[in-house]
Ligand binder design. Structure first.
Ligand code: AMP
Ligand code: MG
Length: 507
């Protein structure tokens, strides 16, 4: 087995796109480039606490490397940089954003093809603005556990290799209410084919730099979409439609498992259709399409669960606008939005067919799904438990689903009787249970589960993190009875606890 310094390192992004002539992390506006060279800031005391053996296997490396993964001196072959990008935040153009606290170490050959290794929280870059470039343990645990869990749920996502604590205390005002406190610092090493975002293209169009836009598009297509060619409008539309379809697939998976990203700004949208930038995300517990975990978004709930498909379309429209300068006939870009909605409908219908154990989704099933959605919202009902129990129900009797309801006394019995009987007739009393069990996970990273892992880690105990990491390697399997403690509705203590129902962007 190899170590990081014996891997074959590549720098395709750095060698094929324009870069900043100034080196180092001085905070500044940077013009006409895609990246700036910057070295990670070494940790005071790097301690490796979480490790994905699977990711390490894909990379072909042994466990260890705490120093390099904690921001220490890069090994031979790495050429670290921070990416420049812009973005629309909460619907408004925000100008230059960029990797304010992410530093790419380089690209490396792996069993899954070439992937990029990036440290999140390794210090200031030119894009840090007024912030410190660091990340706290709390948000790093959330990113590590959730991105690995998402992968095993079958949701397209960036991955995590390691979590290293830095030995430094960092000041954060978690709820932005004037109560800052020190928290331990940490660095996650995350892995993806690239971290190119919608905003990576937007910044060049917004600043009128068509040449850099063109170079970035050419690099992206050559490197990551090798079957595509962007020599003419037809090719550009086909490539962008591919991004639209990947995005539609990702969103349909989010809806299937009850994931709410929380900050779907265009700088947080991967061009690979991967879930990226785990911040104030959350999981639906009671089925409430209006819910968002992000308190920063509590007034408009722009990024609420039920609106994610529409927001992805809005974000795609911003990506498409940024491509206008490259198009001979810009109006053709509308076809890409149609490709998104068509793909989303296909995935969404298939998802519902799988969740309900139907062999195929027909137009008559639309009202079945609509009425189910309404019933699930009538009283507090746990999404994950409801669908999981539905996989094994022996008769159309709501009492078999009672574990999913918060209050036994208020279950809308008549409504459920009628819906369950309709569904039972639709599936001829034989729902396709094995398909259902692969579409309806038993375990997800509920907000309070992540918080329990964080609370234990703050006292030096990483066993809960480890346990959840292991549990979520097989989220669709029935596991040992002792794991049933994670197949539970949100406990009362978590209802209004910071980190469980309330999260902010502070991380
Ligand atoms: P996010 O909402 O986490 O996607 O971040 C939005 C922007 O703020 C990105 O450009 C981040 O790199 C930057 N950012 C967030 N937190 C920090 C931090 N602690 N230091 C520097 N930049 C940050
Ligand atoms: Mg981000």
């Amino acid at each position: 087995m190899a170590t990081l310094d014996s891997l074959t390192w590549l720098s395709r992004f750095v060698s094929e796109t324009p870069g900043d002539s100034e080196i180092g992390g001085r905070s500044r506006q940077v013009a006409n480039v895609c990246w700036s060279r910057v070295l990670p800031t070494p940790s005071i005391d790097s301690q490796l606490h979480l490790w994905s053996s699977e990711m390490a296997h894909v990379l072909g490396i042994e466990k260890g490397e705490a120093e390099t993964l904690g921001g220490g001196t890069p090994v031979q072959g790495m050429d670290p940089y921070a990416q420049r990008y812009g973005g629309h935040q909460f619907g408004n153009w925000a100008g230059q954003l960029g990797d304010g606290r992410a530093i790419t170490l380089g690209e490396v050959e792996s069993k899954d093809g070439v992937v990029e290794l990036q440290l999140k929280g390794a210090g200031k870059t030119p894009y840090s603005r007024f912030a410190d470039g660091k990340a706290v343990l709390r948000s790093s645990i959330r990113e590590f556990l959730c991105s690995e869990a998402m992968h095993h749920l079958g949701v397209p996502t960036t991955r995590a290799l390691s979590l290293v604590t830095t030995g430094e205390d960092i000041l954060r005002d978690i709820m932005y209410d004037g109560n800052p406190a020190h928290e331990p610092g940490a660095i996650v090493c995350r892995v993806a084919p690239s971290f190119i975002r919608f905003g990576s293209f937007q910044i060049h169009t917004a600043t009128g730099d068509v040449e850099t836009l063109r170079l970035l598009v050419e690099h992206t297509v050559r490197t990551h979409f090798p079957t595509h060619s962007v020599e003419d409008d037809e090719g550009r539309i086909a490539w962008l439609s591919c991004i639209a379809e990947d995005t539609a697939l990702m969103i349909s998976h989010w809806m299937r498992v009850g994931f709410v990203h929380g900050v779907m700004n265009t700088d947080n949208m991967s061009i690979h259709g991967l879930t990226i930038d785990y911040g104030p995300y959350g999981w639906l517990e009671d089925y409430n399409p209006g819910w968002t975990p992000n308190t920063t978004d509590s007034s408009t709930r722009r990024y609420r669960y039920g609106q994610q498909p529409q927001i992805a379309a809005w974000n795609l429209a911003r990506l498409l606008e940024s491509m206008v300068p490259l198009m001979e006939e810009p109006e053709l870009l509308h076809d890409v939005l149609t490709a998104y909605t068509d793909a989303f409908d296909v995935h969404h219908n298939r998802m519902w067919a799988e969740k309900l154990g139907l062999d195929v989704f027909t137009s008559g099933d639309e009202s079945l799904v609509r009425d189910l959605n309404a019933l699930l919202q009538e009283v507090e009902t746990d999404m994950t438990i409801f669908f999981r129990l539905l996989c094994s129900i022996q008769s159309p009797d709501v009492s078999e689903l009672s574990h999913a309801f918060y209050d036994d006394q208020t279950i809308p019995i008549e409504g459920w009787k009628s819906w369950l009987e309709r569904w039972w007739a639709r599936v001829d009393s034989m729902p396709n249970r094995s398909i259902m069990k692969k579409a309806n996970p038993k375990y997800v990273l509920r907000n309070w589960m992540a918080q329990l892992a964080i609370d234990a880690a703050h006292s030096g105990d990483y066993s809960v993190c480890e346990r959840l990491h292991q549990l979520l390697l097989n989220p669709y399997d029935e596991q040992l009875e002792q794991e049933d403690e994670w197949f539970q509705k949100r406990p009362e203590w978590a209802r209004s606890k910071v980190g469980c129902s309330m999260l902010s962007c502070s991380s």
